[in-house]
Design a protein around this ligand. Structure first.
Ligand SMILES: [Zn+2]
Length: 197
């Protein structure tokens, strides 16, 4: 893990995420950067090595499953890990102002939000506002072998990552300049393992 101010390359940042996930699933998590020393060091600013767009689901907290701590990850969460203007603005802030070199869009197995849209269920209240971003992914994977919800969740992650990679202004320019990578990934709730898509 880097210190509070150094910025790794995009590829190194991805390695750091995957190494953290490996510690989480296969060895003993080291729970880095969760002490008073780190808190104090971060009082002068932050330089998170990766941003993660993840679902709000209580079973998928990025800081835990990447075995990370304070100041390591810039985390944006919303049911179904979709994107809207506020979330996009948050990620633009991380990439442009904090110089975070990597954005991971992380879907997961058994996603309730995506499952609800895939089932065609009537969504009450503002839950319905999640559907328009999820429906195109459901439509795209319909008829494919395997679990519809999981297939759709992978597709949401891919579509969202594509959308971020080409997002104007800011993100697309950073990608073009080689300063930012956007990667879709999929997390298995039971094994705890992250798969790059
Ligand atoms: Zn979910």
């Amino acid at each position: 893990m880097g210190d509070a101010t150094s910025i790794p390359t995009s590829d190194k940042a991805l390695d750091m995420l995957l190494e953290g996930n490996k510690r989480f699933t296969t060895t003993t998590p080291s729970h880095p950067h969760q002490d008073a020393e780190r808190r104090v060091a971060l009082g002068n600013g932050q330089a998170p090595f990766a941003a993660v767009l993840a679902c709000a689901d209580s079973r998928v907290p990025p800081e835990v499953l990447f075995d990370s701590g304070l100041g390591d990850l810039f985390v944006v969460r919303v049911a179904g890990n979709i994107i809207n203007d506020q979330l996009l603005g948050s990620l633009e802030y991380a990439a442009a102002h904090l110089h975070t070199p990597l954005i991971m869009v992380m879907g997961h197995t058994k996603c309730g939000a995506i499952g609800a849209v895939a089932s065609g269920a009537e969504l009450a209240g503002h839950i319905a506002s999640l559907a328009p971003a999820i429906q195109p992914a459901v439509d795209k994977v319909k008829g494919q072998a395997g679990d519809l919800t999981d297939n759709a969740a992978k597709e949401v992650a891919r579509m969202t990552a594509d959308g971020l990679r080409t997002s104007q202004p800011i993100l697309a320019d950073l990608v073009k300049a080689g300063k930012l990578k956007v990667v879709p990934a999929f997390y298995d709730l039971e094994s705890g393992v992250i798969e790059l898509l």
